[in-house]
Design a binder for this molecule. Structure first.
Ligand code: ATP
Ligand code: MN
Length: 292
């Protein structure tokens, strides 16, 4: 409960600061709040410009979580013309969300105010659980080669889960339909080149022994977990930007977590440093190359 002694982070009083996070032994709710404060310089540029969705969990347990895409309705919802999306403008908003049970922050592929014009493409490599990491690494290598061949700049991050996200900054010149078709074209090109490794079909039956290339992150209102977000999974992993060659040093999807992320960020060259300077327009020849 709130007491006069409740710690305040970013001006927000934190209730139950000592509540243990059941699936991250040794960590408390206050640690989770502090994590966000410590990574704010990296996290806020990811979150503030974009509509967000969140994963909330109750009582520090991860077996009772839900994905929330729209603002909670207040008592005067009928009079409320609040927008259909959520946003966090500053670290106080983030801390307030965490105080209220948020563990994960997910973002749209578009920024305010031009939500009708996407500004990134996210390609989600989802390996079947039985796939050895060697083949996930192989799939990532093929994605790397395809994007390089098309002359596209791309950035990669762990998801904090099983797979990897390739993220492409794009200029706000394309419609949602255009980028989804382009993303589908990329997925189809991978499947065409290595049908035993990739599938672009969402159906579970299509996935055994394969990497599902989820291009459907690229639709209006669809989200992908934000870089630097925690995941509500055992050990509180982090979705972390990486350099591609880290995959050869056995950096897997869940390598980074609440215990090692802050130190890593403080002591390395940011592999996403060029992100904001890398916006690119999808040319006619790029689209032709993937039949999109
Ligand atoms: P992993 O590497 O384990 O696959 P991930 O973040 O890519 O991690 P996915 O299950 O592949 O997890 O989900 C992809 C994205 O779909 C998530 O990042 C999230 O933004 C979105 N998502 C997840 N759950 C829901 C949901 N219940 N409703 C809508 N979108 C969701
Ligand atoms: Mn995924």
């Amino acid at each position: 409960m709130l007491s006069p002694g409740s710690p305040r982070i970013a001006g927000i009083a934190i209730s139950h600061p000592e509540r243990p996070i059941v699936e991250a032994p040794g960590h408390t709710k206050l640690d989770v709040v502090r994590y966000h404060e410590l990574v704010a310089a990296w996290l806020m540029p990811q979150l503030a410009p974009r509509p967000i969705a969140v994963v909330k969990c109750m009582e520090g347990r991860f077996d009772d979580c839900f994905f929330q895409k729209h603002p909670s309705r207040g008592p005067r919802a009928d009079l409320d013309d609040s927008p259909p999306f959520m946003r966090v403008a500053d670290i106080a908003d983030v801390v307030r969300a965490v105080q209220n049970g948020t563990y994960e922050f997910h973002t749209w592929g578009a920024s305010f105010p031009r939500l009708e014009r996407p500004d990134r493409i996210t390609l989600d490599l989802d390996p079947d659980g039985s796939l050895p990491w060697r083949l996930v690494r192989e799939a990532a290598g093929q994605m790397h080669a395809l994007l390089d061949r098309l002359g596209l700049k791309w950035f990669v991050k762990t998801t904090g889960g099983k797979g990897l996200h390739f993220v492409l900054p794009i200029t706000r010149r394309h419609t949602w339909l255009e980028i989804r078709e382009f993303a589908r074209g990329l997925a189809d090109a991978l499947v065409g080149a290595a049908p035993s490794l990739f599938t672009a079909k969402a159906a579970r039956e299509a996935r055994p022994g394969r990497v599902y290339v989820d291009y459907l992150r690229n639709a209006e209102g669809a989200t992908a977990v934000a870089a630097y977000s925690l995941r509500a999974r055992p050990g509180l992993p982090v979705s972390m930007p990486i350099a591609f060659d880290e995959l050869d040093r056995d950096v897997r999807g869940d390598h980074f977590n609440i215990d090692n992320a802050v130190d890593t960020l403080a002591h390395r060259h940011d592999p996403w440093a060029d992100y904001e300077h890398s916006r690119q327009t999808l040319s006619a020849s790029m689209r032709r190359a993937v039949h999109a």
